[in-house]
Design a binder for this molecule. Structure first.
Ligand code: NDP
Length: 290
């Protein structure tokens, strides 16, 4: 089998960027997509459009999946399970760790190996330096296909558990979505005061640039399970988040996000953490015993 050869199923923006990157790097790529027309520009560049999923699977040992979610994975692969035996599936589809574990067991039942992948960058950064993807699943399968996977992004194998890559990915997306909403919240406050997003931008960037300092400090608190209030006290933080929330309410801005944040601060206060650092809020957020 040609080493620089693979099958890629799913031609949304991400799958298309991946196929283009493989073609740029001299790979033979067989593609399949539910909406076959999306393959046309790729076929014009040298990709081969398989007429059926079975033929797409038969073409190569390595099969990269880039689908919306794992329901789409089963919708595509269930009718073709007879062609899965011996395949290495690099499933770069986003979903939950539990779904990834189920899919790995499902693939094994049909004689295929499953690597879970969590791509950390948007389509334009595929094939560009500095991009990265979390992988998890059998290390020998990862090692066997690392060279091909590294064409897309840098790779970071997090462990054998199929769910791990999805967990890291969803943890990262937790930070991304909530941080971006905090940015929009600040912009909404600016707008209500006649300040444009462009005017707010340098100050927002300054705030984000300061965040690594806080991450370093508070990660130590969380791992130690001790939250000394020597630099900040939760009581101060709770008063501050009230000032923030009231500022937005007074400006007529939606406070749904801030009300949720405020509720967590006040749950910490109710637990008696007033004199601890606000890192003590991990005690509210974390999985509770029992
Ligand atoms: P899209 O949802 O735009 O497209 C994914 C593909 O899934 C399409 O080829 C679509 O086929 C196919 N699909 C969806 N449902 C079905 C179904 N029921 N049966 C058959 N095929 C189906 O996703 P993206 O390309 O943007 O992303 C792919 C994956 O990468 C996602 O899991 C996403 O979360 C992840 N990701 C995306 C990023 C991004 O910025 N786009 C960034 C990082 C990760 P059809 O063309 O026929 O509709």
């Amino acid at each position: 089998m040609n080493k620089k050869s693979l099958t890629l199923i799913g031609l949304g923006p991400m799958g298309q960027a991946m196929v283009n990157t493989y073609l740029d790097n001299g790979y033979s790529v067989t593609v399949w997509n539910r909406t076959a027309a999306k393959a046309e520009p790729l076929v014009a560049r040298g990709a081969v459009l398989a007429p059926t999923v079975e033929e797409a699977l038969a073409a190569n040992e390595l099969v990269v999946l880039s689908l919306t979610d794992y329901d789409a994975v089963y919708a595509v692969l269930e009718p073709a399970v007879g062609s899965l035996s011996g395949k290495a599936i690099a499933n770069l589809t986003s979903d939950t760790p539990e779904k990834a574990r189920e899919a790995a067991a499902w693939a094994a039942k049909h004689g295929a190996k499953h690597l879970t992948g969590g791509v950390q960058v948007p389509p334009p950064l595929i094939g560009k330096p500095g991009s990265s993807t979390y992988y998890s699943g059998p290390k020998d399968v990862f090692d066997a296909h690392e060279e091909a996977l590294k064409v897309l992004t840098e790779v970071d194998h997090r462990g054998e558990d199929a769910g791990l890559a999805a967990m890291y990915y969803q943890a990262q997306m937790t930070i991304f979505w909530t941080s971006m909403l905090s940015f929009y919240q600040a912009l909404a406050l600016g707008q209500a005061n006649g300040v444009t997003a462009q005017d707010m931008l340098p100050y927002a960037k300054m705030q984000f640039a300061m965040m690594p300092h806080f991450l370093d400090l508070y990660a130590q608190h969380v791992d130690r399970g001790s939250y000394p209030g020597d630099v900040d006290r939760l009581a101060m933080g709770a008063a501050s988040i009230d000032h923030v929330t009231h500022t937005h309410a007074d400006a007529g801005v939606n406070t749904t996000l801030l009300d949720a944040v405020s509720a967590i601060f006040h749950a910490g206060m109710d637990k008696g953490f007033a004199e601890n650092s606000f890192s003590s809020l991990i005690e509210i957020l974390k999985k509770q015993a029992g």
